[in-house]
Design a protein around this ligand. Structure first.
Ligand code: ADP
Length: 352
């Protein structure tokens, strides 16, 4: 069993990185993800934050995605040379991932430098492996994740990173949407209540903001867009819709009723106005998402896991899925999505 160092910037860590780390752990024993500090490379996240984000992503992977038991993956930060980090962390090999021929050439260059440095410093050699990216992930790059977020394509960014990473990205990128919707209110204070939540968090708001933008781009009618955006930001601010509606810092009756329109499980037939219907549908749009549904189900579970036992969770979640499957109905999306939502929920119920 070997300890293998997997060095990089991980700014931020994405699904391709995690895939390599998991395969390394499976094949060799332990993968040590080493988050580097490179003075030449300007990073979006501090090294401390990148280490924390890598740890969160690894935990999510081990809990929800690893197939045969949790692979041994550790995360460390390091300054200076990769070979020094390898020695300091007791590793006998260094691994790098390569997506393309260009990557392979670059990795060969680094490999050669490491080989020479190891010989000069320690008079030794170390196995250096280049792992080919799996075809599912070889189009992913941290740079593209950041570009997509910058462009407001938050839903597509979800395919690149694991949910805890996406939520961290939203702390940075969603701020501009927040100011556009709410003006100068203080973002850092606003995001406090969302901390520690796995589903009702900034990623969920970003998902709805992105879907609203798509709806608008496709010619969908909106009565008061700014009200709608504000309601999206506030609809999960507190524990329930009533409290969230009351938390809005200024009196705006329409805004409050938009927040109340996101109450889905009261079994009430509702007559919703145009914008109320939009926010209602946006809030439930994750249910028909084929790519992101399974992460949604994992995050819902994580959010409620601490409040009840596994068995209680399963029972409650089944009840919720039954109600939603019977009542789910969208007015602003094509009729076919209702079928997709029911299928997704059915699958979740089977796997509970
Ligand atoms: P760098 O170390 O050049 O800053 P990153 O932090 O982005 O690069 O990536 C760390 C390591 O992961 C590198 O070996 C890189 O080639 C590899 N890698 C990057 N993206 C992928 C991917 N999509 N699939 C597999 N490996 C990847």
């Amino acid at each position: 069993m070997k300890r293998v160092l997997y060095p990089g910037s991980f700014d931020p860590i994405h699904r391709g990185h995690i895939d390599i780390a998991a395969r390394v752990a499976e094949n060799f024993g332990t993968c040590v993800i080493a988050v580097g500090q490179n003075a030449d490379k300007k990073t979006l996240f501090s090294q401390e934050k990148r280490v924390e984000m890598a740890q969160q992503a690894v935990s999510y992977y081990q809990k929800h995605l690893a197939k045969d038991g949790a692979p041994n993956i550790e995360v460390v930060g390091y300054d200076g040379l990769t070979i020094d980090a390898a020695v300091a962390n007791g590793c006998s090999a260094i691994i790098r991932g390569a997506r393309s021929l260009w990557d392979v050439n670059e990795e060969k260059r680094l490999k050669w430098i490491n080989k020479k440095l190891l010989a000069i410093r320690f008079n030794t050699e170390m196995e250096q492996i280049i792992f080919k990216a799996s075809p599912d992930y070889d189009y992913l790059s941290s740079t593209d994740v950041k570009k997509l977020c910058e462009a407001g394509e938050y839903i597509l960014a979800m395919s690149y990173v694991l949910p805890p990473t996406h939520n961290e990205l939203m702390k940075i990128f969603l701020e501009k949407d927040y100011h556009q919707a709410l003006g100068g209110f203080w973002w850092q204070a606003f995001i406090k209540p969302f901390e520690g939540r796995s589903y009702h968090n900034l990623s969920h708001i970003a998902y709805m903001i992105n879907r609203l933008a798509i709806y608008k781009r496709q010619g969908g009618k909106i009565e008061n867009e700014q009200n709608l955006q504000q309601a999206i930001f506030y609809h999960d601010y507190s524990e329930n819709e009533e409290e969230s509606a009351s938390a809005i810092p200024y009196t705006n009756k329409e805004l409050r009723s938009l927040v109340r329109a996101t109450k889905h499980l009261d079994g009430q037939e509702k007559t919703l106005s145009g914008d109320e219907q939009i926010i209602h549908d946006l809030d439930l749009s994750i249910l028909f998402d084929k790519d992101n549904y399974s992460d949604y189900a994992n995050c819902v579970k994580d959010e409620y896991a601490d409040t009840c036992s596994e068995e209680e969770y399963r029972q409650k979640r089944r009840e919720v899925l039954d109600i939603l499957s019977q009542t789910v109905d969208y007015k602003i999306f094509p009729p076919v999505v209702k079928e997709w939502a029911i299928r997704n929920m059915g699958r979740e119920k089977e796997n509970l």
